[in-house]
Write a protein that binds this ligand. Structure first.
Ligand code: NAD
Length: 515
């Protein structure tokens, strides 16, 4: 009997046994560093000459693994394998598909700290952040498996006398899953299993900076009994393999999570009907954010400063939900800003393998360069309060940075930086604060710190973001509790971990019989 869904608890690392388990996980990962990983196409393992090399962003010398790289020919082979597997997988009972997810979740739970340790090595995640990423991957499997069981017999519709009407959901076909590096386990696995449990077959193209955790996940799915060809593993260049697969006439849908730039490109390309294509492709795109915490004058100001600092700087601000703007009513602006600066000065940056470091590196040289450039822009546009520098000699470390006194339309207030940089801006009152909060192209997350119920209700209606939080930070959505996804240029309004997410991977079929 399937138990009621509950999210995977986070590990308490103040407990010695948990600390020891994590260190054991790190040892396990160290033992397999530098290994080669193959493509998986129709169950066949294929090794290529050309490899994606995954490095530890905290220690540029350390190779995490070498992953075979698909080209167009191999992408085509994978498409054929997925197309063929679809003819049988779509007929497999929903309960059986759900069981694969339940078993995969159990395998990952058993190897939880190994997976988290791999995320520490490959993505530079501090212990607690890596633990949350693994927990979320487990949650997606547990949650989507149960959601599929709810949908397996369709949903009721009306029937008249002597008539039997049914409304069932059937899968779409072959899906292309394109995932980002910042939740290299949770989002990669979540988007993949949502497509699979609904009866589709997929080609998984993980981010090039974090392909090893994806290769390990593919092994888990095989161990859980997933038939050959349902999940095909095709790491490769976004431009070469990505475009080819998005354009492919047999592609039925694309599930993408990543930047606005790539997401809009995919959206545009997928809208073109290519030779031999007999459907309009569906695109699920989860894109960037420019997320704001608003602080009212009637508010717990300590909570405000803590929430801003934690949401802005945990995992070095590399979350689509990260707080990158703090908009504060003028009466309390200086107080919140000064306290946030004080708290930020206490944060330690360094190798995330050391549990005492609050945050680790940013993902790679490109990210490092981009963030440092934005800090320079910030120094011109506003007032540097703390941080403002980086060190890329051993890894890509950037100090948590606060830039104050920004105009609402400043570049630092508008463009996604995706690093440990938060912009502070002053509003004359709460209404203006909400106006500023809404003034970007995005609409992903936001938070409001207030003790004024009228203002809270105003924000509930007017603050146009997919995930709005009150009196807490703006990161950390939990699968099944806070369905996640944004408005406007943050994506296609889908909600990962929500009650209507799976339906995006299916089509409704009506049947009607006369008795
Ligand atoms: P990215 O857009 O650079 O890459 C995402 C994926 O797209 C990678 O696998 C990449 O290889 C692939 N890609 C690149 N070019 C492609 C092309 N032409 N065709 C097909 N695929 C292509 O993003 P990233 O740097 O990996 O991730 C960070 C971004 O993701 C940020 O903007 C962040 O806000 C966003 N994000 C959004 C959410 C959300 O739920 N809304 C969650 C996580 C991350």
């Amino acid at each position: 009997m399937v138990q009621t869904y509950k999210h995977e608890p986070f590990t308490d690392f103040s407990q010695e046994t948990n600390k020891t388990d994590y260190l054991t996980g790190l040892k396990t990962v160290k033992a397999y560093l530098g290994q080669d990983y193959d493509l998986v196409i129709g169950g066949e393992r294929i090794s290529t000459e050309d490899k994606i090399i995954s490095y530890n962003p905290a220690n540029k010398e350390e190779v995490i693994g070498r992953v075979s790289k698909a080209d167009r020919e191999l992408a085509e082979k994978a498409m054929k394998a997925a197309d063929e597997a679809f003819t049988t997988w779509k007929k497999v009972k929903a309960e059986v598909r759900a069981d694969v997810l339940f078993k995969a979740a159990a395998i990952i739970r058993r190897r939880k700290h190994e997976f988290s340790a791999l995320l520490t090595k490959e993505a530079g995640k501090p212990w607690n952040e890596a633990d949350a990423d693994t927990a979320e991957a487990i949650d997606f499997m547990e949650f989507y498996a149960r959601q599929m069981l709810l949908l397996k017999d369709g949903v009721p519709v009306q029937s008249r006398p002597n008539e039997d009407n049914r409304y069932d959901y059937i899968p779409l076909g072959v899906g292309i899953i394109i995932s980002p590096w910042n939740f290299p386990f949770a989002i990669m696995a979540g988007t993949t299993v949502a497509a699979i449990v609904t009866g589709n077959t997929v080609l998984l193209k993980p981010a090039s900076t974090t392909p090893v955790v994806a290769a390990k996940f593919v092994e888990v799915m095989e161990e859980a009994g997933l038939p050959k060809g349902v999940l095909n593993f095709v790491p490769g260049s976004g431009a070469e393999v990505g475009d080819y697969l998005v354009d492919h006439p047999r592609t039925r849908f694309v599930s993408f999570t990543g930047s606005r730039e790539v997401g809009t490109r995919i959206f545009e390309r997928a809208s073109k009907v290519n030779e031999g294509q007999i459907w309009l492709k569906r695109v699920i795109a989860e894109m960037g954010g420019k997320d704001t915490i608003v602080v009212d004058k009637e508010a717990d100001l300590e909570l405000a400063a803590q929430s801003i600092v934690k949401s802005a700087f945990s995992f070095s601000g590399q979350k689509c939900s990260a707080c990158s703007r703090a908009v504060i009513v003028e009466d309390v602006y200086d107080q919140v800003l000064n306290r946030a600066v004080e708290l930020t000065k206490e944060l330690t940056v360094g190798n995330p393998e050391d549990k005492n470091n609050f945050t680790g590196p940013v993902i790679d040289q490109n990210a490092f360069k981009k963030i440092i450039e934005y800090i320079e822009i910030g120094k011109e546009e506003g007032r540097l309060m703390v941080g403002g520098e980086g060190d890329d000699s051993t890894g890509y470390f950037v100090k948590p940075t606060i830039i104050a006194d920004l105009e609402p339309k400043a570049r630092l207030m508008q463009e996604e930086i995706f690093g440990p940089v938060v912009a502070f801006s002053k509003a004359k009152d709460f209404d203006q604060a909400i106006e500023i909060a809404n003034n970007t192209d995005y609409g992903l997350t936001g938070a409001v710190i207030t003790s004024n119920r009228t203002n809270m209700e105003k924000a509930r209606e007017d603050f146009h973001v997919g995930n709005l939080y009150f009196n807490r930070g703006c990161t950390g959505a939990i699968v099944g509790y806070q369905p996640f996804g944004g408005f406007n240029m943050s994506g296609t309004d889908s909600k990962a971990g929500g009650p209507d997410y799976l339906v995006l991977h299916m089509q409704g079929k009506t049947t009607s019989e006369m008795y």
